[in-house]
Design a protein around this ligand. Structure first.
Ligand code: SF4
Length: 412
């Protein structure tokens, strides 16, 4: 297999604290007393300190150079300025942050105090992601968001004035009460804001959010009865691709759009399978093993680990709960379903160089079948999702699982 370059790392810190819990949220986040914040930051710093020794014990290549940082959650901007400062100081003492590292922090509109904003800017934060979800106030409110359109637009101005111009706005297609007209309006306001990046997600229905559970149970407390149909949500997603393209924000990943050159460098790591270290509640890491003494017999492996999503256990010092070395076959599957998320698609020759033609061959049969079904395109060199494939991406990705065992079998 081709060896990867272990030159730089992406660092993800999970900050699981929110002021209130949004009805659609399925992340490991919650409303916890501020007294937990300081202990949590201590715990993150302990993890930063311990990571080098742990990597050595496990023979993991852990680059010290970091070129992307992402504070997500949760609402990292809820941390007090001195706690944020401590995190950035610790980060810089345990890792070598590139001078031009992309440093992103997720913020909730209306919850960014002046002092916090000044601390973020002074700490080198150069990218902020705002969880807007809708520019229609009643839609935002009925999902549990605490902001209005005016507040978001004001925060955008404040961030720019503080020197943070690289902004992402998140929107969700499928919120309760959303209509084609209101969705178009949200898209238009986003386009008018001139931001450099946008993420558009389709509402997820699962047991992990209050709204998802209610939809499955056909309740109405969180307005599940007002959620648009699957077909309407799919249409809203297609509307977003077109509206954002017209506004100069080109789609580069199933859910992500940007002006030229303003991709999320950190998130690209996930889809391109480049190493990242995740610390904190429910954070995951992807690291590669260090080359052994006999390079010829060294087979590169990938280690994935995930921490607990139980705050108490994490604060008590729990080590990663799931640690798995991925086999080449498993890495190959991931390479397909992560690579296909990108509009650039999967480069078949690169795949064959990395895994060998014998491992890739069964996947190419799946590609042919899905191309016939109109879900993929392939010119023999690059494989991409079609527009229909993007809408049914989870079904497409399933087809690349269990290839070795011959389990794939999409019926069209
Ligand atoms: S702010 Fe984000 S993480 Fe927090 S509850 Fe809402 S969606 Fe979830």
């Amino acid at each position: 297999m081709a060896a990867f370059v272990h030159d730089a790392l992406g660092l993800y810190l999970s900050i699981p604290f929110c002021r209130s819990k949004c009805t659609y949220c399925n992340f490991a986040s919650g409303v916890y007393p501020a007294s937990e914040h300081a202990r949590y930051v201590d715990r993150l710093i302990e993890d930063m300190q311990a990571t080098g020794a742990r990597a050595e014990r496990m023979n993991i290549a852990l680059p010290r150079r970091v070129d992307t940082v992402y504070l997500g959650g949760g609402t990292p901007s809820l941390l007090a300025p001195e706690l944020l400062q401590r995190l950035f100081v610790a980060m810089r003492s345990h890792f070598h942050l590139d001078p031009d590292a992309e440093i992103t922090v997720e913020c909730a509109p209306g919850q960014l105090a002046d002092e916090t904003l000044a601390t973020l800017a002074a700490s080198g934060v150069n990218r902020v992601s705002l969880g807007v979800q809708s520019f229609i106030d009643r839609e935002a409110a009925s999902s549990g968001r605490l902001h209005s359109r005016a507040v978001v637009l004001h925060d955008i101005q404040r961030l720019r004035a503080a020197g943070i111009a690289n902004l992402n706005l998140d929107l969700i297609a499928g919120l309760p009460g959303q209509t084609f007209a209101s969705w178009q309006e949200s898209l238009a306001v986003l386009a008018g804001s001139g931001v450099l990046h946008a993420s558009v997600y389709m509402l997820e229905v699962d047991q992990d959010s209050r709204l998802g559970r209610e939809m499955l149970a056909h309740g109405a407390r969180y307005h599940a009865d007002l959620v648009p149909s699957d077909d309407a949500i799919a249409q809203m997603y297609s509307m977003a691709i077109e509206a954002l393209r017209q506004a100069g924000l080109e789609q580069y990943e199933i859910s992500n759009f940007c002006r030229p050159g303003f991709h999320s460098r950190h998130n690209l790591r996930y889809w391109q399978r480049r190493p990242y270290l995740g610390l904190g509640l429910d954070a995951s890491s992807m690291l590669r093993d260090a080359p052994g003494p006999d390079f010829r017999t060294w087979e590169e492996s990938v280690l994935r680990s995930t921490t607990t999503d139980d705050l108490k256990a994490y604060l008590a010092g729990a080590e990663p709960v799931e640690t798995t070395w991925l086999t080449p076959a498993r890495q190959h599957e991931e390479a397909w379903f992560l690579g296909l998320r990108l509009n650039a698609g999967v480069d078949v020759a690169a795949m064959e160089r990395e895994f060998g033609p014998a491992i890739v061959a069964p996947a190419l049969k799946v590609v042919d079948r899905l191309a016939e079904a109109g879900l993929l395109t392939s010119d023999g060199k690059t494989v991409r999702l079609t527009a229909q494939g993007q809408l049914l991406s989870n079904d497409v990705f399933q087809e690349f699982l269990g290839l070795k065992a011959g389990l794939a079998g999409f019926k069209g």
